[in-house]
Design a protein around this ligand. Sequence first.
Ligand code: NCD
Ligand code: ZN
Length: 348
Amino acid sequence: MTQSLTIARPDDWHLHLRDGAMLKAVLPETARHFARAIIMPNLVPPVVTGAQAAAYKDRIMAALPAGMDFAPLMTLYLTEDSDPDDIAAAHASGLIKAVKLYPAGATTNSASGVSNFKNVRAALEKMAEIGLPLCVHGEVTDHDIDIFDREAVFIDRVLDPIRKATPGLRVVMEHITTKDGVAYVQDNATDLGATITTHHLIINRNHILVGGIKPHYYCLPVAKREEHRLALRAAATSGDARFFLGTDSAPHVDDLKENACGCAGCFTATNTMALLAHVFEEENALENLEKFASRNGPNFYGLPVNDAKLTLTKGAEATVFPEKIECSDGPVTVFDPGFDVFWTVADQ
Ligand code: NCD
Ligand code: ZN
């Protein structure tokens, strides 16, 4: 018997679309299922100014295939030289929906990020004043902090002090990977939310390392112990309004992943919705999938829930997802959950 689930069309609150040939290759993978996405600004060079964000938005719209309905929600990359007035103008015009904070050196293309948080005080205060959310890559970069502890240490040393010093600042902890991240969000009021990726609901650190290194499971923040994955699953499937989907789908060509110094990022845009249906069903929480993927995010950002719908069906045969997406720069491997999935997104 075919099972079917119809939800409001989902949005992706953390997405890497890149630029040029990669943008053209991956944009349809997201636009097929998602109405909107928060677009990460970590291009090379990064999207720092309102003018750069406007130009990037034009390139995204130009790459969108005719007939596809998708709205990119732009962000600015916070640097120590960011101009608070430029940020405010980009927000007032409706162009940007958030500003992204990368600690310098934390992840792919984060060299222009923040080292001295005193130098972004004026920008953060302006954002609190105008109600513009800050999306945070929550990892410290200190070489003496173990990579598996970097999120928990960031909460204590950086995030909590920033929030205390900036009352009213709305913050999204991006791609949380620990029970500490879950607890920090649960202990706080509604000005704090968190995105959770699809892959962090599926893999723990063993999946990356046991039986050989699996470069396509390597992303940042890196997947943690099983107890953390279980905490993320409980949070995502709970229906709690503070947790919502941000896939962090981050395409890299295979040559750069399957490499002696392989870069971080899992590409999940293609099969995220089917994988989430699988996970939510396993947790007996299919009724909360719509909250996680379609309702909690717009509510946090003060945007309407999409009128359009998305239908998922579950059949008797395992769904066959493409192994790779072709890009003229080279193939991009689609995240493989490592188990059969019987859910699929019905044709629109
Ligand atoms: C992202 C990328 O490739 O841009 N990589 C990742 O592992 N998530 C950067 C980021 O969001 O940290
Ligand atoms: Zn990301």
